[in-house]
Write a protein that binds this ligand. Structure first.
Ligand SMILES: [Ca+2]
Ligand SMILES: [Ca+2]
Length: 491
């Protein structure tokens, strides 16, 4: 049913010498709800729109400006606390044709109303963000990032970020050639040589990370990637495992040995997601004797999971990080059910690998049937599910967002406000059980460096036995991982 509209009044008033203002007050009766709208005009141009609720409270408030003849600036003012009367959204449109084309959008924090970033869109396609400006908490321009996109306008093919003096802060290009001499070009010769020789050591302790992809050109990570002694970057499948040039990783999406994280997340949000990059850095930070093999792509794809399982059976991977989960029981989705079965088969087929799994961020008890998630809800002696601890400055405490579950989420690790590698360079702070799992991988790697013969079940038992008991309101107590206690046990 269409809203019934009555024009209550139409008042014309002259204001100042240059503009005439018309106030138009409209009352809507959409079904039983009374809503009033007030429109203000300058000449023929609408400059303000307010809508009132039944209680005469402002429900909606927008102002309009016309910087150029063919442009319209829409400013949304919040009628709600805590931003009352403040700008909470702004968009600039081109109105050259009959339709409006979004050119520029200011993005404000919904909590404290501060300007966070400004996006500039392609005039041809408002899905494509060409430029992004980010602002400091003092509302000063901080950084400018420019993006290039593929011809379909679906993926960012590169981005670069500069400061207000035009100095380069970050740059990123997925599927870029892996070249340590290039990554460490500005490093002192000795350090560059040290890092390259570490990468060349193919017998470092090998861990695997199944995730969203990686910035393998990040200075903190590049030399950590493995150098598969059975493969080289020569366009051939040297080891006959059907993956060409899987030297340090595999990207199922592009079917290449360059497991890349997408740069599109930075275009779509204020900060780059940097998931796999962040996770891989947490798992290997300060561990020169640990190497990473990265698996990127669709980890719900059964064929891909089977391929990863085959890879694990023929390569010396000791620990795998899985900071992802598949819900199984909602809507009886057979696709995901098959994926979870394939993950389970991979865990069963690889008893020599310790699988470290994030518990998930729903704050739920995943022992309850309806809340189960996979692989977090599996129970195997070569699998450990990790929950997150809260901000450590507040003391040892389970994080409220962390999934839990007695006998299922067996260990907790730092996961809140964790600073680690960001795609394009530098560090970024992320929070989640995704950050807690690689902390435990790091601990497992330290244990294996001290005692390489440890088997997954022994390793898991050691992590649990050396953990600190922390009291918990819901669970009575939880176990927080304690790397120093674990190392003491091994010495
Ligand atoms: Ca191969
Ligand atoms: Ca090759």
């Amino acid at each position: 049913m269409r809203a019934f509209l009555i024009l209550i009044s139409l008042i014309g008033t002259a204001f100042h010498s240059h503009a005439s203002e018309i106030t138009e007050k409209i009352t809507y009766f959409p079904e039983t709800k009374l809503l009033q709208e007030v429109k203000r005009f300058e000449g023929s141009k609408l400059i303000e729109l307010m809508s009132y609720s039944l209680e005469q409270k402002i429900a909606f408030h927008e102002k309009y400006a016309y910087p150029k003849d063919n442009q319209k600036l829409v400013t949304t003012v919040s009628p709600y606390q805590p931003c009352e009367g403040q700008i909470v959204g702004q968009s600039l449109f081109s109105t050259e044709s009959d339709s409006e084309v979004l050119l520029k959008k200011w993005n404000y924090d919904k909590g404290d109303c501060r300007l966070l970033y400004v996006d500039y869109f392609s005039p041809e396609n408002s899905q494509i963000i060409l430029k992004k400006e980010t602002y400091t908490t003092e509302q000063r321009l901080q950084e400018v990032t420019t993006f290039t996109w593929d011809s379909a306008g679906e993926n960012v093919t590169s981005f670069r970020t500069v400061d207000t003096h035009g100095r380069l802060i970050k740059s990123y290009q997925p599927y870029k050639k892996f070249d340590l001499n290039f990554v460490y070009a500005n490093y002192p010769e000795a350090e560059r040589a040290r890092r390259i020789s570490l990468h060349n050591k193919s017998d470092r302790l090998l861990i695997g990370v199944i995730d969203s992809g990686f910035d393998y050109g990040h200075t903190e990570l590049a030399f950590k990637f493995w150098n598969n002694p059975k493969e080289s970057f020569d366009g051939r499948d040297d080891d006959g495992n059907h993956w060409i040039d899987d030297v340090f990783g595999w990207d199922q999406t592009s079917q290449t040995g360059l497991p890349s994280e997408s740069g599109s997340s930075l275009a779509k949000d204020r900060l780059p997601m940097s998931h796999g990059t962040h996770v891989a850095h947490i798992a290997t930070r300060d561990l020169d004797e640990v190497a990473i093999f990265g698996f990127a792509g669709d980890f719900t794809n059964v064929e891909y999971i089977n391929q990863i399982s085959t890879f694990l059976r023929s390569h010396p991977v000791r620990v795998i990080n899985m900071s992802f989960s598949l819900p199984l029981d909602k809507g009886g989705d057979m696709g995901l059910r098959k994926s979870a079965k394939a993950l389970e088969k991979m865990i069963q087929e690889n008893p020599q690998v310790l699988f470290v799994v994030a518990s998930g961020n729903d704050g739920k008890n995943i022992v309850e049937y309806k809340n189960r998630q996979f692989p977090a809800s599996f129970h195997y002696e070569n699998l450990i599910t990790v929950g997150a601890l809260d901000d450590l400055t507040l003391g040892l405490k389970r994080a409220s967002y962390s999934n839990f579950g007695e006998g299922t989420v067996e260990i907790y690790a730092p996961g809140t406000k964790i600073s680690a590698a960001s795609i394009g360079g530098g560090l970024i702070s992320h929070t989640g059980t995704s950050m807690a799992a690689p902390y435990v991988v790091h601990v497992a790697a330290e244990a294996l460096l001290l005692k390489p013969e440890l088997q997954p079940a022994q390793l898991k038992a050691l992590i649990l036995e050396s953990a600190q008991q922390v009291s918990d309101e819901v669970l009575g107590s939880i176990k927080a991982v304690d790397v120093e206690a674990l190392k003491r046990k091994l010495k």
